[in-house]
Design a binder for this molecule. Structure first.
Ligand code: PRP
Length: 216
């Protein structure tokens, strides 16, 4: 008898797209679509349990092996790193990390140490280290666009999807830091212990992604 695999899905922006991918792969996701207060959902026609979690927790659960698989944004992977296999770029949840400043300000026109606000201090640190530029990084938990408006920071490093949040707050992107999209990650021990089941799941994902590429 095959044991159920368990997958952690990122709640919010990536959730619906993950479910749409699974449905297209032939997995009945009705339990996830009407979750109520239940946290673990068993799929009726495929040996898979799904849990919904915040992005950083998806990585924690996969890393500790309580979930075999996870779907999480590359933004969280770049920020948290750590150890698991990143096996597939799922092609959705596309956006980018950008350095943005107040419109009209000349970010590089000074020798003063610049202050950068971000929800992603590690991504920010690595970006400026590669440039050989010394900056002060201020960790902000949300709506980071406020920091330059209030005068707390000279710039921000944040996710830009449509660009609307920057525009509506008088900010402009001046440099791309990294491209982001949803990734399928796998616990390193699970990859060996449940090789056949995980390969079947990855194969189904790949087949659907290939179909999408051919339709595009
Ligand atoms: C993200 C990001 C930007 C916004 C960008 O925030 O931090 O604020 O989305 O999207 P746009 O380019 O389409 O406008 P999120 O909605 O996740 O909320 P938060 O800032 O409160 O974390």
């Amino acid at each position: 008898m095959s044991q159920n695999l368990r997958i952690a899905l990122t709640k919010g922006r990536l959730q619906d797209k993950s479910v749409a991918l699974f449905e297209a792969m032939g997995l009945d996701c009705s339990p996830i679509q009407k979750p109520g207060r239940r946290l673990v959902h068993t799929l009726p026609n495929y040996p898979l349990e799904a849990v919904l979690a915040k992005a950083p927790d998806v990585i924690t659960y996969v890393e500790h092996g309580v979930c075999d698989l996870g779907i999480v944004g590359k933004d969280t992977i770049l920020e948290q790193g750590r150890s698991f296999y990143e096996v597939l770029d799922l092609g959705f949840g596309r956006c980018r990390f950008a350095l943005a400043v107040r419109e009209g300000s000349d970010f590089y026109d000074t020798y003063k140490t610049r202050r950068i606000a971000s929800k992603y201090p590690n991504v920010t640190r690595v970006f400026f280290e590669r440039k050989g530029m010394d900056v002060d990084i201020i960790k902000i938990e949300g709506s980071v666009e406020l920091a330059p408006i209030l005068g707390l920071a000279d710039g921000i490093v944040d996710i830009v999807e449509t660009g609307a949040t920057l525009r509506e707050n008088g900010l402009v992107p001046i440099e791309e830091v990294a491209q982001v999209s949803a990734r399928l990650i796998v616990n390193t021990a699970s990859m060996k212990l449940h090789k056949t089941q995980i390969e079947d799941f990855i194969g189904r994902c790949e087949a659907e992604l290939e179909k999408r590429r051919n339709q595009a």
